[in-house]
Design a protein around this ligand. Structure first.
Ligand code: ADE
Length: 252
């Protein structure tokens, strides 16, 4: 068995991660020896009896700033335990997180997630960061939830973590399309029927139906994803079929 990937988060609220490590797929990944995960208390690296991790901003203004010393010590400690793991600072000013970044990060041996709080981190501690990541254009009360979002997206891509061999590949965004619609039993629910092709047992027909619904859902819900995408022959012929159908309706 290959050596596990190591995930660590540095935070003043390490208990926020308890449910993350102990639930569902992430728990299974830990139990199965695919990954290790821990949250480390930033206060353990702070000086004095009060273990203070924040201070007033130079130049005035509201809010508090995370002190550089505990951050630097905490990061150095985790780097010594996890050599080579990138240091990722969670901040709304970071690079937007995406599925393709998750794929890149799943090839690393692990990640050190630094979770900011208050108004942010002292700029001098940011030099330790290999990457700054944002999970969206909104401001959370801290980086913990954002770190869990990133780790969750990365961990499920680690070989062996997802049950089905190819389930991570054949899904939303991994081929630049939104995923096709899913159905399970019963075949009729409150008068709504499962598309007949899915009950046909004809796998070629099912694959083409899935591709067409993927394309349709992407066109309707996230047309931006189609802008810079190159299409396969089959995709192009589906688009041409739609275009002929639309032209026929428009000419009526
Ligand atoms: N910390 C606070 N808001 C954040 C966001 N949107 N992404 C990453 N880290 C954050």
């Amino acid at each position: 068995m290959p050596s596990p990937f190591h995930y660590a988060a540095l935070s003043i609220f390490p208990e926020m991660f308890d449910g993350f490590w102990s639930t569902g797929m992430v728990r299974r990944a830990i139990m199965g020896g695919f990954i290790t995960g821990k949250a480390v208390d930033l206060r353990a690296f702070a000086e004095g009896v009060h273990k203070v991790t924040d201070d007033k901003p130079y130049g005035g203004g509201c809010g508090m700033v995370m002190k550089p010393e505990p951050l630097m010590k905490g990061i150095a400690h985790l780097q010594s335990e996890m050599p080579g793991a990138p240091v990722i600072v969670m901040t709304p000013q970071g690079q937007p997180f995406s599925q393709s970044l998750a794929e890149d990060l799943a090839r690393e041996k692990g990640m050190i997630m630094v979770c900011g709080r208050y108004e942010g981190m002292d700029e001098r501690a940011c030099i330790k960061a290999d990457m700054e990541l944002s999970i969206g254009d909104y401001v959370l009360t801290g980086g913990e939830l954002a770190a869990m979002v990133v780790m969750d997206a990365v961990i499920r891509l680690i070989p062996g973590v997802l049950g089905g061999e190819d389930s991570a590949e054949k899904e939303s965004f991994s081929e630049g399309l939104i995923e096709y619609a899913h159905y399970t039993r019963p075949p009729v629910y409150e008068g709504m029927e499962v598309p007949a092709v899915l009950l046909s047992g004809n796998h070629r027909a099912i694959d083409s139906w899935r591709l067409e619904t993927s394309l349709k859902r992407t066109f309707l819900k996230r047309p931006d994803l189609l802008e810079d995408r190159s299409f396969s022959r089959e995709e192009r012929s589906i688009l041409q079929k739609w275009s002929r159908e639309i032209a026929r309706l428009a000419d009526n």
